[in-house]
Design a protein around this ligand. Sequence first.
Ligand SMILES: C[S@@+](CC[C@H](N)C(=O)[O-])C[C@H]1O[C@@H](n2cnc3c(N)ncnc32)[C@H](O)[C@@H]1O
Length: 291
Amino acid sequence: MTTGTNARHTMTDKQFGELRKIIYTRSGIHFPDGKKYVLESRLGHRLAELELEDFDQYIAFLTMGPYQTDEFQEMFNRITINETSFFRNEPQLEIFEKEALPRIIEARRSTTKRIRIWSAACSTGEEPYTLAILLHRSLGVRLMDWHVEILGTDISEKALTTAAEARYTDYAMRTTPALVRQRYFTQDGPYWNLQPSIRSMVNFELHNLKDRLAAKRHGHWDIIFCRNVMIYFDDTMKQQVLRMFADQLADNGYLFIGHSETIRASDAPFEPLPIPQGFCYQKARLGRAAA
Ligand SMILES: C[S@@+](CC[C@H](N)C(=O)[O-])C[C@H]1O[C@@H](n2cnc3c(N)ncnc32)[C@H](O)[C@@H]1O
């Protein structure tokens, strides 16, 4: 097989089976039968860059020797789907802004004045920045009296690098209301730069949703957003992640999931908010787990 950058590397079914097992074990991302072409095309270029002859060599490179950690990172940068946008699914964000936030603000107003929000699997940052904008809008000048923490995490280091830059193209802005664009961004040629005051409200960190211990280190969150990632997981991984979210949510904390995702099959203690299009769950008190 040739190894130039235009080389076409073919993946055998056996190689696909091995690779998807390795990927699943590390990340919970499940590549179903029929998705071989995705791995083949996304990793084919990598083989060419590394001047490897075939996927057997790549699997060896990935699993043995001193480069494996770096290569796993490189692989996740390439195989993850980072599709997102500012103000994605507005009806759901309205529930965040009009239901969840006011309740938390009311509960903390005369106590800790602390709000902690985790955007898990945040991709290139549009989701946590959207939440920061909404929080800024809700609290206004009162924001300075509050201790707000918003953390965006993802398994893709490449996506997080983009997030930290806070500089976006029209594509990222496609679902953003015009007023928000005017108020919170400055245009710079083809880019939209997010206002530094919003940028500074969000921290980013590399995190694999398989890593329960790292999640534990962060303590309890009032709100967790984890949208449009569980679709890539199988039921076992989904269950693990949902239990971890239940552990890491404060009592009465809120979990927002993607509109095409469901947590029905999980035994994690969440109760759905009775709001259509909400895709929002509240952590149930002990002994009141949702069916
Ligand atoms: C489609 S994006 C969703 C972004 C955002 N939450 C949204 O809904 O707009 C899915 C993200 O999940 C991340 N991801 C996939 N598996 C992950 C894992 N095991 N741990 C952390 N992030 C993961 C991917 O890197 C990708 O950025």
